[in-house]
Design a protein around this ligand. Structure first.
Ligand SMILES: *[C@@H]1O[C@H](CO)[C@@H](O)[C@H](O)[C@H]1NC(C)=O
Ligand SMILES: [Zn+2]
Length: 508
């Protein structure tokens, strides 16, 4: 321990001595990378830090699972440069908050029926421990998409971390930047044969007697016991005749105001509930007075961070408040936090927004780490599936990650420039002009809505099929190393936290 502290101290002094500030806007690395001692010292420091860390075999009283939706490994590498350049550095050498976690693994993401996962089958895997069919939430693969009968058959329902944590007397919470009924958060509490059944108006007309996802959040056995729910999607909780705080009409056909019902249900269950609608109300929330909070901060998904205004809380702000509320429970808590708009930005091939959302997600993880003690809190950061974005070319260190390869000095075989980030498919396809590739020099890549080039024209870029990274810190974080199926994750969490019906550390 003492040795590692000395090494860290020496390293810090070294970094300080070597620091070069960025001159004339040209990014610089903070180190003298031409000096071999830089690399030796940096590697030795990493080695000593690893050797000095004993395995943490405490019980995980609290668990926070962070999920970057569509946050591929390529997205992480590109976001480092995006962030680093903001600090006047080259960027490649920067670490996102969770990239310094002591243990990492790779999770295989395919669904039972499809080779590339969607957020629903994947959510079912990493929250409930069972792989499922594409587009289905909280159900085994015995249920196909749209099979309402299958949804109603209790034999096909799968329970997961939220339920297990509640049974162990822990507080539970969900934080997301999407609608709280969207596939990813829904996987934490709902069972739905189709992820699109977010409100009753989404169900097919022929009178299917299947509960929509919003209804399950308010009335479901697990949903009704969640202590904190923060995100977007007010429309799915309001009747189509009723306006929300911003004057936008609800979407429900059954005339139910589920927000009011949520408050009444919570009161009847003995909670002290409240409902909040914007950043100010979140900021002013008295966590001594309320132990159960529904925060619906937008009509639909919450806006991208680059387009948000003062009314919109950031993911970090929501995460902080959620932890403040949940940590009052003496038995601990399970919190699920989704950075949901990385994925939607990638689907639009708007790489700038995707990287910015990833940076915001990394900030939320950093916020959480400041509030918890990793001696008794397990923090996992992962993703549900990849995307088709690639990071290519041989540009100079510190080049604009959102710009052209080699600053447009060396062109492709067709003598036209190409971008460092591009997609295999999606709406960024640029039609050829008289058999020549579109000249990207004509485009405004500084626009936050610029659609990065894709090879194949389709309206929504698709997910990718390769593995996603898993980063872990805290009790039993070492059991998240290696390469495994995605549905292993909640089993390992349950082991560390002594919840669920499988093997736990408490039985040993
Ligand atoms: C980007 O697109 C969004 C949604 O399509 C739009 O609301 C916004 O005004 C656009 N922003 C810019 C700077 O073009
Ligand atoms: Zn997606």
């Amino acid at each position: 321990m003492r040795l590692s502290m000395i090494v860290i101290f020496i390293f810090c002094v070294y970094v300080k001595a070597r620091s070069v500030n960025s001159k004339n806007g040209v990014p610089k690395t903070p180190f003298d990378e031409k000096n071999k001692d830089h690399w030796r010292l940096q590697a030795q420091w990493t080695l000593r830090a690893k050797l000095s860390k004993p395995q943490n075999k405490n019980i995980a009283k609290n668990v926070i699972l962070f999920l970057g939706d569509g946050m591929s490994i390529t997205t992480l590498a590109a976001t480092r440069v995006y962030l680093g350049r903001k600090y006047g550095l080259t960027g490649e050498e920067v670490k996102l908050s969770f990239e310094s976690f002591p243990h990492t693994g790779l999770a295989k993401t395919y669904c039972v029926d499809h080779n590339v996962a969607d957020s629903a089958c994947s959510g079912t895997a990493y929250l409930s421990g069972v792989k499922a069919n594409s587009q289905t939430v909280g159900l085994s693969a015995a249920v196909k998409r749209g099979d309402c009968e299958g949804q109603r058959n209790a034999a096909h329902s799968v329970t997961g971390l939220t339920d297990w944590a509640q049974k162990a007397g822990k507080a539970t919470g969900i934080v997301t930047t999407t609608r709280v009924t969207h596939a990813t958060p829904a996987s934490a509490y709902a069972h739905s044969a189709d992820r699109r059944w977010e409100a009753d108006a989404d169900l097919p007309k022929q009178g299917l007697r299947c509960d929509d996802i919003a209804t399950q959040l308010v009335r479901g056995r697990v949903g009704s016991h969640i202590d904190v729910v923060f995100g977007g999607g007010r429309k799915n909780f309001l009747p189509k005749s009723e306006k929300d705080i911003k004057g936008q009409l609800g979407y429900r056909r059954d005339n139910k105001n589920l927000i009011r019902e949520w408050l009444l249900t919570k009161e009847s269950l003995g909670y002290k509930p409240t409902y909040i609608r914007n950043r100010k109300e979140l900021y002013n929330l008295d966590v001594d007075r309320y132990n159960s909070v529904l925060g619906l901060f937008s009509h639909d998904h919450m806006p991208y961070h680059l387009e948000a205004d003062d009314d919109d809380p950031t993911l970090s702000e929501m995460t902080q408040k959620a932890i403040e509320i949940l940590s009052r429970n003496k038995n601990g808590y399970f919190l699920f936090v989704e950075g949901g708009r990385i994925d939607t930005a990638h689907h639009e091939t708007k790489a700038r927004k995707a990287l910015d959302e990833t940076a915001e997600f990394a900030k939320a993880v950093e916020t959480a780490l400041k509030l918890v003690n990793t001696e008794d809190t397990l923090v996992i950061v992962t993703s549900d599936h990849s995307h088709t974005m690639t990071y290519s070319g041989y540009s100079e260190r510190g080049s604009d990650i959102l710009g052209l390869v080699n600053n447009n000095k060396v062109n492709a075989s067709d003598d036209l420039p190409y971008t460092t980030l591009s997609y295999a498919n999606g709406p960024g396809y640029k039609p050829h002009q008289s058999f020549r590739r579109h000249n990207l020099m004509l485009d405004d890549m500084n626009s936050l809505n610029y659609t990065y080039p894709s090879l194949v024209p389709i309206p929504r870029e698709t997910h990718g099929g390769e593995d996603v990274a898993v980063f872990a810190i805290g009790p039993w974080s070492h059991i998240f190393s290696g390469n495994y199926e995605q549905n292993y994750i909640p089993h390992a969490i349950a082991y560390a936290a002594c919840i669920g019906s499988g093997l736990t550390m408490c039985e040993l």
